[in-house]
Design a protein around this ligand. Structure first.
Ligand code: C2O
Ligand code: CU
Ligand code: CU
Length: 595
């Protein structure tokens, strides 16, 4: 039977997508070895329902092409999730009328859920429940992707606390394209702790899914046209909220709960109210904070969520408040900024949505002082307090990797094997460029791979700058050589990663990556920023909340993040990857194997 995921196909595809010729590969022994070891992703028979699993709620989920009105004139062709409840509470699924987004799914903690996914696309797909702690076979790993016309059955119990999560496709190398064309939706978990707080609900709790999209003059979506749109991530020039342009909410003068999700493939936002009112945050990715926090602005990277308390009481009828994205710098390399010349640059100042007070009311709920409690892990609770699991970000002009390797099925490294029911200390860092450097892995092999990449990176840079941009060849070569040397020296040592690598070229390549881990939420222990990188960092650093439970963390250039993550209950493959979905599809993804 034909399998689209066979070894040669993946390899050829990687080569053509990355634009790398054999010449460049000759300088990348590490990468070449990784690719030799690459295994074909087997095509499994789609999972069937287990008659012994007694579902409390059973949902049919379809994904298929559709047309929706977004602008006046022609409708926009999209890919869309739709759903219906087969059994259980009818309000488990609610539509967002007129939106290409999938319906809102509402689950209760402790519920047993069965979901029948029908693939009505013309290519493979699989759905992942981003944020949910489910068995590996239920997690939407690309290994379980189904062909057009096939059906896949998921069965799991909701173990998560109350939280806003995301369901979206996760097929190998085509995740970004499917999400971009519309396949995504919000999935809420509710629990008793949340219910007891009496937070604004019903009409006073508003989902806000922020996405950027690019349209042609026929109102049709435009996606990646050049390699650099993958390298930097793809950026649209229209901001859509819940699938609508120029989104406006009409509110009463009272408190609301805004459930915000960045569903963009690459765009990072710096959200702030336009009148200077600070943002009151009551929750992040993994649910409610212990107590509310107030911030002048909040950074929100792809895959991240924010639970915001927005109190409009005291505001006059007819008054308006705009949620903007404010200026910031550093998330793209300066070369990337030049290539990304859209009319809505990342880090520029633009409106995201508008709130209009249309009715004056006298009553409003009060913000609770304390919201929730959860176990806070200490480093002493971890199995590896002195040897964090490394997540090394490597950037090259033509490849984005983690721990020096592109995604490959069945390519688990020693440090990617995690004992089940352990709690792990982990460290995300820039293996090149940032100049920070932590001998985190103590893994000579991984470091060797990264050294190999350093060489490839240098060559890639030189060619890209010379040909693609028509810029001074001297500059391109200079940068390439700087990085290449760094890589060689580093590889030669075969020791700790990244130490003292803060060379000029490396810094220029560095960009921000929202790193996401499947499975249970993690807790951020500390962040540190490399010398010389503080200037850009200061434009974003007041916009992080590290006191909550997270599954996606924005890692700025030159930044290292230490975190603690439990790997409880389930064995098997759990991905970690960049949630810049273009990066993910380029291979900036790896598996942990929980054993
Ligand atoms: Cu939201 Cu592995 O993804
Ligand atoms: Cu996920
Ligand atoms: Cu990335």
């Amino acid at each position: 039977m034909f399998s689209p995921n066979n070894n040669n196909y993946s390899r050829r595809r990687f080569l053509s997508q990355s634009g790398l010729g054999l010449l460049a590969f000759a300088g990348m022994p590490g990468l070449l070895n990784a690719m030799e070891g690459m295994q074909a992703m087997p095509k499994l028979p789609p999972r069937q329902a287990n008659p012994n699993f007694k579902a409390d709620v059973e949902i049919e989920l379809f994904c298929k092409p559709a047309s929706v009105p977004i602008f006046v004139g022609q409708q926009t062709r999209v890919l869309q999730y739709s759903a219906r409840v087969l059994n259980g509470p009818k309000d488990a699924v609610t539509e967002i009328p007129g939106s290409y987004l999938g319906p809102l799914i509402h689950l209760q903690k402790g519920q047993k859920v069965r979901i029948h996914l029908h693939n009505g696309l013309s290519e493979t797909t699989v759905t992942h429940w981003h944020g949910l702690h489910v068995p590996a076979e239920m997690d939407g790993h690309p290994l379980y992707a189904i062909d057009p016309g096939e059906k896949l059955v998921y069965e799991f119990e909701v173990l998560n606390r109350a939280s806003m999560n995301i369901y979206h496709p996760h097929p190998h190398e085509i995740t970004a394209k499917q999400v971009y064309h519309g396949l995504a939706g919000a999935l809420f978990v509710h629990d008793e702790e949340e219910a007891a707080l009496g937070l604004p609900s019903g009409a006073y709790e508003i989902p806000i899914v922020i996405q950027d999209r690019l349209f042609d003059d026929q109102n049709q979506l435009v996606y990646v046209r050049h390699m650099h749109e993958r390298m930097m991530g793809f950026y649209g020039d229209r901001i859509l909220v819940n699938g609508r342009a120029e989104f406006q909410i009409d509110v009463e003068s009272r408190a609301y709960r805004l459930r915000i999700l960045n569903g963009s493939t690459a765009r990072i936002y710096k959200l702030a109210w336009d009148d200077g009112t600070h943002i009151t945050v009551i929750g992040v990715d993994g649910g409610l904070l212990e107590k509310p926090e107030t911030k002048p602005y909040m950074m929100l990277a792809p895959g991240e969520r924010l639970d915001v308390w927005a109190d409009f009481s005291g505001r006059a009828e007819g008054s308006q408040l705009v949620m903007r994205s404010l200026p910031f710098s550093g998330v793209l390399p300066s070369m990337g900024m030049m290539m990304h010349r859209g009319s809505l640059p990342v880090g520029s100042d633009y409106p995201v949505f508008t709130v209009k007070v249309t009715r004056k009311v006298s009553d409003s709920p009060k913000l609770p002082n304390t919201l929730s409690s959860f176990r806070r892990y200490q480093i002493a609770d971890t199995a590896n307090p002195n040897k964090p699991v490394p997540i090394g970000i490597s950037e090259a002009h033509m490849a984005m990797l983690l721990n020096g390797r592109p995604y490959a099925y069945n390519d688990v490294q020693d440090f990617e094997r995690i004992p089940v029911n352990s709690i792990q200390l982990m460290e995300i860092f820039h293996a090149h460029g940032g100049g920070h450097g932590q001998p985190a892995a103590g893994d000579g092999q991984a470091a060797g791979q990264q050294g190999g990449m350093g060489m490839g990176m240098g060559m890639g840079m030189g060619m890209g700058m010379g040909m693609g941009m028509g810029m001074g060849m001297g500059m391109g070569m200079g940068m390439g050589m700087g990085m290449g040397m760094g890589g060689m020296r580093h590889g030669g040592m075969g020791g700790g990663m990244g130490g003292g690598m803060g060379m000029g070229g490396g810094m220029m390549m560095s960009m921000a990556h929202p790193i996401h881990m499947h499975g249970q939420s993690f807790q951020i222990v500390s962040r540190s920023i490399a010398n010389g990188m503080e200037h850009d960092y200061a434009t974003v650093s007041d916009g992080f909340i590290d006191s909550g439970l997270k599954d996606t963390v924005l890692v700025m250039p030159g930044e290292s993040v230490r975190l603690i993550k439990p790997f409880q209950d389930f064995k098997g493959l759990f991905m970690y990857h960049c949630h810049n979905l273009e990066h993910e599809d380029m291979g900036m993804m790896r598996d942990f194997l929980v054993v």
